[in-house]
Design a binder for this molecule. Sequence first.
Ligand code: SF4
Length: 707
Amino acid sequence: MPKVKSTCCYCGVGCGVVIETDDGRITAIAGDADHPANFGRLCSKGATLHLTAGTAGRALYPELRRSRSEPRRRVEWDQALDHLAARVARVILEHGPDAVGFYISGQLLTEDYYVFNKLVKGLIGTNNIDTNSRLCMSSAVAGYKATLGADSVPTCYADIEHAHCLFIAGSNTAYAHPVLFRRIEEARRANPAVKMIVVDPRRTDTAASADLHLPILPGTDVALFNGMLHVMVWEGRLDRAFIEAHTTGFDALKEAVQEYTPKTVAGLCGVPAEDIVQAARWFADSPATLSLYCQGLNQSSHGTDKNAALINLHLATGQIGRPGAGPFSLTGQPNAMGGREVGGMANLLSGHRDLANPAHRAEVARLWGVAEVPATPGKTAVEMFEAARAGEIKVLWIACTNPAQSMPDQALVRAALETAELVVVQEAYRDTETAAYADVLLPAATWGEKEGTVTNSERRISRVRAAVPPPGEARPDWVIAVDFARRLEWRLRFGNRGEHFSTLFPYRAPEEVFNEHRETTRGRDLDITGLSYALLDALGPQQWPFPAGAARGAERLYADGVFPTADGRARFVATRYRTPAESPDARYPFRLNTGRLRDQWHGMSRTGRVARLFSHEEEPLLAMNPEDMARRGLRDGDLARVASRRGAIVVRVKASEEQRPGQVFLPMHWGSRFMAGHGTNALTVSVFDPTSKQPELKHAAVRVEKA
Ligand code: SF4
């Protein structure tokens, strides 16, 4: 049978896969033994990818409705795209370019992302393009930039084998990044002296296997990290030489953490003071400490502070730039990092440039061949839906993501989708919650059907390859964006349908898009001018930076102690503990945490089609401490009504010793397709971090009553 090497489309581990086909159909999947992210391993989701490859639920042809009172009807591609070009051009002419917003996805390929970003910022002339990566990694980005000077993960997967202390914070790695967790287990088996500390309010499978579990109260991470630094200062466990030679701002931070004594922090975090001291000692004294962290730190109204406070610990102890040492943000989505590389967010520009920097805007305008890139920051995810609800954004174009399931505060999101004059949904599946709101549905190719690249958590760029043609009339996302862009360019320039010729969007293949993106990285921290499709095909996946003339990419960064800041020094950031946006009270006494299950992915548009993936958890269950259940007269399996200030849903309750009293947990995956109400995110909060603009999906105050 023909076999094609590609990359898993789920999490940021970025496992290599081998797709087997028969007669134009995907029939089997195996791990790619040559891929350095997984060496042949796959988790339950990756191993069942072939079972998601049929046409069930797929969008197969363009659909259009001219008024909300009509159903959508099948149309030709030309008809759909001409209609969109005319309507979007009219909105731009009547209301200005900021009346248009694009909400795209960390599951798009880098080439898709690049074209969308150029279309919005270079042609339409607005920065209103943001992605579901805003819900995922933007606090990690802001934390890296504040401390290390650039959005560059300094570590790599091989550091797991070199580490002597693994500090896992806000990550159930065993569920969310399973192949990486197998690697952690192996490293611990090979060296039983390795210490593993897990910081998580829940006793997850990851926490249960730790040498030290710190079940902190939700949202108290900054207090914990400051407390650990206090111990390191008090007990003289700092790397003074590193601080002196390679950092700035330590004195202010030292002053700030004075008040975070172990006793004070124990009170704030709800963990024993001696455990805080123990964690500080293991972290500082280990020959190499590697931190692994994810949404527990990022999805917070002070996520940037949480990230910075953790990186402070690495800088204070010199635990960075050496094998096995450094901060390592685990990417949630398969290509959140690739999207940032091309600047596909409201505040970023191509090649890790900043929108706020006039020189960077001028560089990108020159590279793209446009007069200018607008200076006004675009609306970020939550802001975009708020602006649509307020009637400021008239056109919402949504690609490869399902905000009517995945965004917090679903009442807000659905009001926005109803208020917008034109909702375009570019999707592989026609039965998602968001597709129901589409005025125009554009069928997109998906995994196994399209070509391009993605970048995983360790800066490794892998090829994604097509094994079969897309079904029906579905097209690759970059093709759809280019076909629309050519029409819109003609409309804006000449006011008619024209010939669709374009100098801005001349691409005939994804490789041409990649090559243009590559040129925007020249001389930047992520320089990939030494890479090409041919080299990736010949040598396999590569890490960036990989500048022209290099023989290989950089395994880890900052080994020389020089950081990409103006003075070459990393910066300590003095952070203070703040409570989450919404505190429990008498009406809403429980803290709701949301997160992933082992066998499901995001809104289940793909994993929800594989029966065997429901054998782990068949339905969304509210995990609750047995004492809390007894007090409310609830028994295992009872239906309970869970209500927040924004909405309510009914789910079954599961007694769980993983939960501390006063806290409950719900998986994030189920939306309104699977349950009454608007799913888990009917309850969550849209309040976001002031710097990263990432919403606090992991903490809301709720009430639980017998239904
Ligand atoms: Fe796919 Fe992530 Fe599982 Fe690897 S660990 S197979 S990338 S879902």
